[in-house]
Design a protein. Structure first.
Lengths: 324, 272
């Protein structure tokens, strides 16, 4: 299937290799400017890598133009041909492959049905809603019948509710088509919701790859732990070692007698009703490094008050001080 | 809300009407002159009846109607050449980075910094040497010196407002560059093309100096014919006015055909 061999995304960053499993959804998680989009473009053939190879089905395709590779791409901003109707948009990749009109029609109707676009076939993209426009873009990518579908933060420009709805739908849909997906995102929740395999990207290099849950439970570096944590993990030093605890693993009540206690001074809090984020200064942490605790429900803690947070000893992650 | 609307119809609208009258008055004057005989205009006879004799004169006198034909032909040639040449050039400036691209782009503008008079003599000598003198093509090519840079600048603005991802999408779908350019990209920027056509047409249609100098008798444009209506019997005001009215018509026609794109194009605010 899709393979990256000693790929260097940006001059000066270390090379990495990875083998994507066929038929899986591979989520690439990274912050802005971590090289996600660059990776997507390199796989699609829009950009050339600094060095290294991209292999498709065992064949090196690094030098091939995008039209010649079996890769489709969905952008984060809904890119459709504005002067073509929904039908013509969906027909576009097959038209370029010189498929007969009858076959194109059949395929377009099939995809429009799955993408719930059947009633809009005669419309132009600007007459569609944002969600429909992105459906159209995804539909056109699927119409290419490529082995690999690259999706570069496809849901980031949709509003919150729509994003969740489309995300659930997408998972089922991509399974149905059996296409191998490379899905980039900066949201750890996407990784859990969609990903069979997760790749963590930072500074244009691969930090770690594996099933989402195992990466969450045993991150290989503090950076990997931070990527899978929203907000970032809380840090403190013990001797020469770095310790991390995720915000969601702190609680006000000890669950077990062995739980570790962290006396803190509360600095402030913000809540959305279902979750409360408590900003505090922990006694173990260095001065001016704020901690955040993510507590469920509405919790009222006055700024300035002293509290004790507890965490299970197994939830504390230990790293070398010079890891990262 | 109501109060605001009332205020609008009160002061602003009257000002607008006044301005409209101010703009329309010369045109009205021109049209009314063109429908009267010269004698009635200069006041030697009291006859004030409407007459189409002036228009008839223009449509039957070859000096007049060939003037129109000449003008229209070089304006058309100029517009076609300018847009066809500027489209790929603007695409290159908009999409590719090459050594000196910014300098070259700005250099185009410098062609517009010199007044047309500067180029008169070189053009005259050049065209006389190659036998282009006194042809519509000569004027069209001379005007291209000004309209091509203008077109490139206008089109580049419109093209750059189209996201590059559209080009990339077409590449991924497997379309060739010419196919993408003609079937997807050009329709996408048709407003920009409309605006460009409008500017090329207008420049070429009203330009007098080059058009007069680079033509003799065979390709004499209408604006030149109009400046040469003085005869032994004085100026024929009526015919001159009729010619003036007919000169406005092609401009109006162009505005009419591209008006939808013009509004869109100007609304984008991408006209350099």
């Amino acid at each position: 299937m899709l393979e990256l061999n000693a790929l260097v995304l940006k001059a000066g960053s270390p090379p990495f290799s990875h083998r994507f499993e066929a038929g899986q959804i591979n989520v690439v998680l990274g912050r802005n400017h971590s090289g996600k989009t660059r990776l997507a473009r390199v796989i699609a053939g829009l950009d050339a890598p600094e060095s290294g190879e991209v292999l498709l089905g065992g064949k090196v395709v690094t030098g091939d133009p995008p039209g010649k590779r079996s890769v489709a791409l969905v952008y984060q901003d809904f890119v459709n041909y504005p002067n073509w109707t929904v039908f013509e948009n969906l027909a576009s990749p097959q038209k370029a492959q010189r498929v007969s009109a009858a076959l194109i029609r059949e395929r377009v109707l099939e995809i429009a049905g799955q993408m719930q676009l059947t009633e809009f076939l005669d419309r132009y993209p600007d007459a569609l809603s944002g969600g429909q426009q992105q459906r159209l873009a995804i539909g056109r990518a699927l119409a290419k019948s490529a082995d690999v579908l690259v999706m570069d933060e496809p849901l980031v420009n949709l509003d919150y509710k729509l994003r969740e709805a489309l995300q659930v739908e997408l998972r089922g849909l991509l399974r149905e088509f059996g296409v191998s997906v490379v899905y980039t995102t900066s949201d750890p929740r996407d990784a859990f919701a969609l990903g069979d395999t997760l790749l963590l990207l930072a500074d244009h290099r691969l930090l770690q790859a594996g099933p989402p849950l195992s990466l969450y439970e045993s991150p290989g570096s503090p950076a990997a732990a931070d990527l899978m944590s929203d907000p970032c993990a809380n840090r403190w030093m013990v001797g020469g070692d770095l310790r991390l605890i995720r915000p969601e693993h702190l609680s006000l009540d000890p669950a077990h007698v062995d739980d570790v206690a962290f006396p803190v001074q509360v600095l402030g809090r913000e809540t959305n009703g279902s979750e409360t984020f408590v900003h505090c200064q922990a006694d173990v942490a260095e001065a001016n490094t704020q901690w955040v605790a993510k507590l469920s429900g509405l919790v009222d803690l006055a700024p300035g008050s002293r509290e004790i947070f507890y965490a299970s000893a197994t939830a504390i992650m230990k790293f070398d001080a010079h890891a990262d | 809300m109501k109060a605001i609307q009332a205020a609008k119809t009160g002061g602003g609208q009257w000002l607008l009407y006044l301005y409209g009258i101010y703009l329309a008055l010369p045109v009205y004057w021109l049209v009314s002159l063109s429908l009267r005989s010269n004698q009635s205009i200069v006041g030697t006879t009291g006859d004030a009846g409407l007459t189409f004799a002036n228009y008839q004169e223009i449509f039957t006198n070859p000096v007049w109607y060939t003037g129109f034909a000449n003008s229209l032909s070089y304006v058309a040639i100029n517009t076609v050449i300018s847009v066809t040449v500027a489209l790929p050039a603007a695409y290159a400036f908009s999409r590719y980075r090459f050594i000196g691209d910014k300098h070259l782009f700005f250099w185009l503008l410098t062609n517009r910094m010199a007044p047309p008079a500067v180029f008169l003599l070189p053009f005259f000598q050049l065209y006389s040497a190659v036998g282009l003198f006194d042809t519509p093509l000569a004027v069209a090519l001379a005007h291209c010196l000004f309209t091509v840079p203008l077109s490139v600048w206008i089109l580049e603005g419109f093209m750059s407002s189209v996201p590059r991802s559209l080009d990339e999408m077409a590449r991924i779908d497997g379309h060739s560059l010419p196919y993408f350019f003609l079937r997807i990209f050009l329709p996408t920027i048709k407003s920009g093309i409309g605006v460009t056509v409008f500017f090329c047409f207008m420049f070429s249609w009203v330009e007098l100096l080059l058009a007069r100098t680079l033509t003799g008798s065979a390709a004499k444009p209408i604006v030149v014919v109009m400046t040469r209506t003085v005869s032994a019997s004085g100026i024929d005001w009526g015919v001159l006015a009729a010619a003036g009215v007919l000169t406005i018509v092609p401009g109006l026609a162009v505005v009419w055909f591209v008006r939808k794109h013009l509004v869109k194009g100007f609304a984008l605010g991408r006209v350099s």
